[in-house]
Ligand binder design. Structure first.
Ligand code: NAD
Length: 353
């Protein structure tokens, strides 16, 4: 049955395909840009330089200092680089870390962003920005940080190592899973969520088997786009809040943390949202949503235990305390004992219950 709902479409132009990076120059011109600063991580500087060459006279410079969690001091250095080369727009080429830097610059200067994502994190589809100052992470939601144009080029994802493709893909699935039971869930976002999960759950095993499987890489990027829209359109719950807390408190890697926690957070919420569970299970082709997500991670050979990515056992109770203190909406009320059990299982890498 369809009840009342609000659906807000976020304004963003999307160019999707193979070889679409070649459209970057025209897309910058379309936005009225004349001097573009290319942003990358140090690891992707060579790709950024190549793009800069292709941009010709539109290329104002490159800043290859993007890093995890968008530290404010890095943003300040990038602002100086923008000023130094008189850039009037930014081109973010990379994963969520690079996209985050582009958003931080747009927030401070109002410049247009052309975003070219190379992972499945989905940040390019959201008006959300997480920044860190002195190790403290704050998150804001502001339409000013939503990129104006996004180019998805499958070719750029071919270099994404199998391990990162797997965890980044499950990070994307997490956005869609929580969208299906969001407080402001709506039929349109739920359609995208189910299709996004289906596409990724189908594509990721094929990528794990054969990294240069173009069809699978295309399907995964398409799924990641849909999951990114879900993250940008409706509110998230326990899973995202918990990953935020765990990542920030113990400095855990973003996508791997999502991959490990997701089956457990879904299992926790399962009794409260049976319809969402049925849709997740259907999308991944499993009998049970939580177990199916755990099996998918196992199939992709990702790490299954928080202890294996650097969380100390003594952190379990600390994480419970923090997760209880920061109140937020969740379909199933947050109960201390059940939450402790969830985190302990995720820490040890046990199957979800
Ligand atoms: P990332 O951007 O940190 O990238 C990880 C590493 O992989 C980097 O060294 C990067 O250069 C490299 N890389 C990226 N694409 C590659 C490719 N195709 N080939 C080879 N190497 C490649 O990782 P991520 O998981 O994409 O992003 C994580 C960050 O994004 C976190 O800080 C997270 O908080 C943020 N995020 C924000 C939102 C949002 O809506 N604000 C959403 C999702 C993630």
């Amino acid at each position: 049955m369809i009840g009342s709902f609000i659906f807000e479409n976020l304004p963003c132009r999307v160019v999707f395909g193979s070889g679409t990076l070649g459209a970057a120059k025209a897309e910058i011109e379309r936005l009225g840009g004349r001097r573009a600063l290319v942003l990358t991580t140090p690891q992707q500087q060579a790709e950024g330089a190549k793009l800069g060459t292709a941009l010709g006279p539109l290329h104002a410079g490159i800043f290859a200092g993007a890093t995890m969690h968008t530290p404010v001091d890095v943003t300040e250095r990038a602002l100086a680089a923008m000023k130094g080369c008189e850039a009037d727009c930014v081109v973010s080429l990379g994963g969520g870390s690079t996209t985050g830097l582009g958003k931080a610059l747009a927030l401070r200067t109002g410049v247009n962003q052309l975003c070219i994502p190379t992972t499945y994190a989905g940040s390019e589809m959201t008006p959300i920005l997480g920044e860190t100052r002195d190790g403290l992470k704050t998150t804001l939601r502001d339409p000013a940080v939503l990129p104006e144009t996004v180019i998805y080029d499958v070719d750029l994802t071919l270099t994404l190592p199998a391990g990162l493709a797997a965890t980044s893909g499950i990070n994307a699935i997490a956005h869609a899973a929580e969208a299906l039971y969001a407080r402001d869930a709506n039929p349109v976002t739920s359609l995208m969520a189910e299709e996004g999960i289906r596409a990724l759950a189908h594509a990721l095993p094929a990528i794990a088997d054969k990294g240069d499987d173009r069809d699978a890489r295309t399907e995964a990027l398409y799924g990641a786009w849909l999951c990114g829209i879900c993250l940008g359109t409706v509110g998230m719950a326990l899973h995202h809040k918990l990953c935020h807390t765990l990542g920030g408190t113990f400095d855990l890697p973003h996508a791997e943390t999502h991959t490990i926690v997701l089956p457990h957070a879904v299992a926790y919420n399962a009794p409260a949202v049976p319809d969402a569970m049925a849709r997740i299970a259907r999308a991944i082709g499993a009998a049970d949503a939580a177990q199916g997500l755990y099996d998918l991670a196992k199939r992709l050979d990702t790490k299954l235990a928080l202890r294996d990515i650097g969380m100390p056992e003594s952190g379990i109770d600390k994480a419970v305390d923090l997760a209880i203190t920061n109140a937020y909406w969740n379909p199933r009320p947050i109960e201390r004992n059940a939450l402790r059990d969830l985190i302990a299982r995720a820490w040890a890498g046990e199957p979800p219950v």
